[in-house]
Ligand binder design. Structure first.
Ligand code: HEM
Length: 456
């Protein structure tokens, strides 16, 4: 039986409880006392080493010959010490995609992604993000109150990505439900199965009926992805494109609505959105701890033994706030690690930033007098070792009119930027009352978008 650890003992620091979610900075400070790397628990019984130093993080991220991204090296999973139903396994297990491969295999799979992303025009992406933002703002603008997380930041990336992937509405509902289980760790195995079968369906659909969308472009890439590789590449694109994206939007809105430095500029009419994004990427990066690597052999780093096959989790959040980093100027400085670094650095930084900037600008442009309805310190964060994610972002504002959507129920139909993309279905019509929760049923963070897609 495990002995109860003394309070604050870095050797037993957990990254999954509500205490960590409420105040990760204190945990990172405590862990730094052990040096640039420290032992942590990601979930009950799941041991890992957290890299908290900025230089140490760069060293791990840029040394693929020493540190592998392939979870098939993970000893505790291979020998059953970590059970397959542990809530962190779906986020860490091997899948044949860019995130979990090394060397030539990684270059092939990543090349297909970067070439596909390069085919998305930024004007197309901007138009799609703007229409999605308008559709959502129209829903709550006349009401005078909203939860900007559940009704905006969470749904907007789903609309954008389902559109970009040419995903029919029925598939969209199932994808959201599948991802909800994986991110929230609720019935993760079943969720994984739903996600896989839905993606398999989508791939089958596009093989039969290719269209000018990202799914088809990925499929037609010279890297010749197999169906299995297609499914797992789509899963990483959609997973990466929704959860961190929502957190960047919500965390930036939280900062803009609560920090006087930004409030002054807001009332002056120049929205310092780019500055807010930079600051959030430094202080509350959407993916706080991830970029899991496995030493290929025993390594001693700064006096600490890192054993072969033990997971090394890079704390992008702790590295960004490493006191050893010279200077405190954050705004305009993009040396943060929020997108990671090295061969696995996020390939979608430009699109991700653009979507977040459009989401924030559109909202503040249409509803400038927006206020948090609770003091910022009382906002709750979702527990979990990997993300920095608000549970809700309640606001109020003077009711504003809906601007209406384009004709035919399809936002932007007929605009030039739509010509690259044909869709089997229009965007789903917003539901009559998306905010009423089903009585007596607890809702996960992702239940609302799933309900939204179903039109509930
Ligand atoms: C604000 C939004 C985003 C943030 C903060 C973010 C951050 C990151 C980080 C930290 C990684 C490295 C993860 C690791 O090594 O384990 C990563 C990888 C990745 N991201 Fe993003 N990302 C965002 C949006 C997106 C979007 C919109 C897409 C796709 C459309 C995307 C696609 C990917 C892919 C495919 C990888 C794996 C790359 C590889 O392993 O070679 N990300 N992202």
């Amino acid at each position: 039986m495990n002995a109860v650890p003394p309070p604050g003992c870095p050797a037993h620091q957990s990254l999954y409880g509500p205490e960590f979610a409420a105040d990760p900075a204190t945990v990172y400070r405590r862990l730094r006392d052990a040096g640039p790397t420290a032992p942590v628990e990601l979930a009950p019984g799941v041991r890992a080493t957290l890299v908290t130093g900025y230089d140490a993080a760069l060293h791990v991220l840029r040394s693929p010959e020493t540190f592998s991204k392939d979870p098939r090296h993970w000893k505790d999973l291979a020998d059953g010490t970590v059970p397959m139903d542990s809530p962190v396994v779906p986020m860490m297990m091997y899948r044949p995609n860019a995130l979990f491969t090394d060397g030539e295999e990684h270059s092939r799979l990543r090349g297909a992604i970067t070439d596909t992303l390069a085919r998305v025009e930024s004007s197309t992406l901007r138009g799609c993000a703007e229409r999605s933002a308008d559709t959502l703002i129209d829903r709550f603008a006349p009401l005078g109150t909203a939860d900007l997380l559940g009704e905006y930041a969470q749904v907007l990336p789903l609309l954008v990505f389902n559109h970009l992937f040419g995903c029919p509405v029925g598939h969209g509902v199932r994808l959201v439900e599948g991802m909800s289980g994986i991110f929230d760790g609720v019935d993760a195995e079943k969720a994984n199965e739903l996600l896989t079968t839905t993606l398999l369906d989508l791939v089958g659909l596009k093989r039969r009926r290719p269209a000018p969308d990202m799914t088809t472009w990925l499929m037609e890439h010279p890297a010749a992805l197999t169906d299995e590789e297609m499914i797992h590449t789509l899963a990483v694109l959609m997973g990466a494109g929704t959860e961190p994206q929502q957190n960047l939007i919500a965390n930036s809105l939280r900062l803009l609505l609560s920090d006087d430095r930004f409030a002054g500029d807001l009332s002056g009419g120049t929205l310092p959105v780019e500055d807010a994004l930079d600051e959030v990427l430094w202080t509350d990066p959407p993916i706080a701890n991830y970029a899991v690597h496995y030493p290929r052999h025993d390594v001693v780093y700064e006096g600490t033994l890192l054993r072969a096959g033990d997971p090394l989790v890079v704390s992008l959040a702790a590295a960004n706030t490493d006191p050893a980093l010279a200077g405190s100027q954050r705004i305009g400085n993009r040396a943060h690690l929020a997108w990671s670094a090295g061969p696995h650095t996020c390939p979608a930084q430009g699109p991700a930033r653009l979507i977040a900037a459009v989401a924030v600008e559109k909202l503040l442009d249409r509803i400038p007098d927006i206020e948090l309805t609770v003091p910022v310190e009382r906002l709750r964060w979702r527990p979990g070792p990997f993300h920095r994610a608000l549970a809700a972002l309640p606001v109020s504002f003077p009711p504003a009119p809906a601007v209406g959507r384009s004709e035919g129920g399809r936002p932007g139909a007929g605009r030039p930027e739509d010509t690259w993309q044909t869709r089997a279905e229009p965007f789903p019509a917003p539901p009559a009352e998306p905010r009423a929760p089903a009585p007596g049923r607890p809702r996960s963070g992702w239940a609302r978008p799933a309900a939204w897609w179903r039109g509930e």
